[in-house]
Design a protein around this ligand. Structure first.
Ligand code: GLN
Length: 192
């Protein structure tokens, strides 16, 4: 199975390694043409403002929306979850989300970098707790109809799925635990 990882900025290398370890054929996507033939796309964590700027420059807004419309699954981690949302609660003027997933997110909801933290998460779809690494994480404040909450931390939504779209506010690619990557390959791709 071919999977692309948007490689404009942020933690894309780690995702490529994890996807390959989970059995997929993964490659870095730097140009919209590189979305051809991929069953799923990961939008990594990083800095959503920087990723958004580069997405606009290279024409990724149209390309991702169009490819998603024709069956490409998408998973956004952290900054990627922000970009996937319908609404960014505290958006700066040029911060346009893709608007694909019926979520409202708030950036840097847990404060500044020093407030990054780790926590064990109970994800219903996985049999054992998953170590969540939160780095200047956003918060999924609200979800629309059709969005399934997969995990919460202290009541806050940290993982959600809408058909063939997955959003996690933490970084599974930094843990060495392949279970969320496997979940994307097995239960999100093809779920549209
Ligand atoms: N706070 C970052 C943003 O707003 C996201 C941080 C991350 O992806 N680790 O884009």
């Amino acid at each position: 199975m071919r999977v692309g990882v948007l490689a404009l900025q942020g933690a894309f290398r780690e995702h490529i390694l994890m996807l390959e370890a989970a059995g997929a054929v993964a490659h870095a996507v730097r140009l919209p043409e590189q979305l051809d033939g991929v069953a799923g796309l990961v939008i990594p964590g990083g800095e959503s403002t920087a990723i958004a700027k580069l997405m606009r420059t290279y024409g990724f807004y149209e390309a991702i929306r169009e490819r998603h419309g024709s069956g490409m699954a998408v998973w956004g981690t952290c900054a990627g979850a922000i970009l996937l949302a319908q609404t960014i609660a505290d958006a700066l003027p040029d911060q346009e989300p893709l608007g694909l997933m019926a979520t409202t997110v708030r950036r840097n909801a847990y404060g500044r970098q020093v407030d990054s933290f780790e926590a064990d998460l109970a994800i219903g779809q996985l049999d054992l707790p998953f170590r969540g690494v939160f780095i200047r994480a956003p918060l999924i404040e609200a979800v629309g109809e059709g969005v399934k909450v997969l995990a919460r931390h202290r009541g806050d939504i940290v993982a959600a799925q809408e058909c063939d779209m997955l959003a996690t506010t933490f970084h599974p690619e930094l843990t060495g635990d392949l279970r969320v990557h496997r979940y994307f390959l097995e239960h999100v791709i093809g779920a549209g």
